[in-house]
Design a protein around this ligand. Structure first.
Ligand code: PLP
Length: 372
């Protein structure tokens, strides 16, 4: 007997365009039997994470029979001090991905509009689709968010605007002046979610030009911010992200969150990682050097790329799909961008010096064969 499970499923689920993650190292090893593999596909930290966090997680493993603290009291308290907000303004998620989705589930449904940019992080579209809201995709300008056009896209049905600063997969940013002009014009009943997954890198590169969105929480109660431990903190596998908003907003989202969404090892690891800011400084510095290494190579070979404020570079190739496949055979995993309507582009995460060199050597092999 065959059952048409698809027709049994929720209509919104049927319409989801699934997220495609980077290829895991173990999978490429199995497929190709390679020994040297450089994964430059998921914007992970080439330094790993703080060794102090590893120790804390090992310690937490000893007590893993216990349920975690459902309120993540200590971690939220530490984050509140770090961000200079109250602990009741913070909600944690299983990665910021979960938080982005919880916001849609809390505030939007069928008939509502959710606005985001062309080329924006894929999770915004998935979150809108899952709750049956209408996704309003605003054309980008030079691959960056066009905040003026996003303002114009607001209607009386708009519930949420998702914006990423910097954006992934393009690495583009908006500055303090552009941000102020935008947020001051958004109607107060429209929720603005600013996804700052790469803030540590962008702040280091832009200094004062980088918008201090956190400082605007008091002025604009419709503002929400998301942050993550997955990128500069090097804890992508641990799954800890956060949202910062008014406590009334947090109260509502809290109702949608599952009670133990941050596991005990995650709470312990993130708490200690937060205290190791020397590790963050080192990560940002290694990223800046690696970014230069890759950008120099691209420049020397006249390969076009989008200037990036994150820990990745998205570059244009005449034969992007072929190059992606050929790189895999040489043990280098990058991320194709066809899913974003950027089929000519590959996103290269900044790795360690030797991983970046692996990418460059592999590209030199391919270019010698005439691939561009
Ligand atoms: C990587 C990334 C995230 C973070 O995802 P996590 O679920 O926290 O691992 C969020 N937003 C953007 C734009 C990202 O690139």
């Amino acid at each position: 007997m065959t059952i048409d499970f698809k027709s049994l499923s929720n209509a919104y689920v049927q319409g989801v365009n699934p997220y495609v993650p980077g290829k895991p190292i173990s999978e490429l090893k199995r497929e190709m039997g390679l020994t040297r593999i450089s994964k430059l596909a998921s914007n992970e930290n080439p330094l790993g994470c703080s060794p102090l966090a590893v120790e804390a997680m090992q310690q937490a493993a000893l007590d893993i029979a216990r349920y975690p603290d459902g309120s993540s009291y200590e971690l939220r308290d530490a984050l509140a001090a770090f961000w200079k907000v109250n602990a009741n303004q913070i909600l944690l998620g299983n990665g910021s991905n979960e938080v982005l989705e919880l916001i849609a589930r809390t505030f939007a449904g069928p008939g509502d509009e959710i606005v985001f940019s062309q080329y924006a992080f894929a999770v915004y579209a998935i979150s809108a689709q899952l709750v049956g809201a209408t996704a309003v995709q605003v054309p980008a300008k030079d691959f960056a968010h066009d905040l003026d056009a996003m303002l114009t896209a607001i209607t009386d049905k708009t519930k949420i605007i998702y914006i990423a600063n910097p954006n992934n997969p393009t690495g583009t940013v908006f500055n303090q002046v552009t941000w102020q002009k935008f947020i001051s014009q958004v109607p107060s009943n429209v929720l603005v979610v600013v996804d700052e997954a790469y803030i540590e890198y962008a702040q280091a590169k832009m200094g004062e030009q980088y918008p201090d969105v956190m400082a605007d929480l008091k002025t604009y109660p419709n503002l929400m911010i998301t942050r993550t431990f997955s990128k500069a903190y090097g804890l992508a596998g641990l799954r800890v992200g956060a949202m910062i908003a008014q406590s009334e907003v947090i109260d509502l989202v809290q109702r949608v969150r599952e009670p133990f969404n941050i596991n005990a090892m995650a709470q312990a690891g993130a708490l200690v990682a937060l205290q190791d800011q020397a590790f963050i400084e080192q990560s940002v510095s290694v990223n800046a050097t690696g970014m230069q290494q890759i950008a120099d190579f691209l420049d020397e070979n006249e390969i076009e790329f989008i200037e990036s404020y994150g820990n990745f570079i998205t570059a244009k190739f005449e034969q992007a799909a072929e190059i992606n496949q050929a790189l895999l055979q040489l043990g280098v995993i990058v991320r194709p961008q066809g899913g974003y309507g950027m089929a000519d582009y590959l996103r290269i995460s900044i790795g360690s010096e030797s991983e970046n060199a692996h990418f460059i050597e592999a590209m030199e092999v391919l270019m010698a064969k005439g691939m561009r």
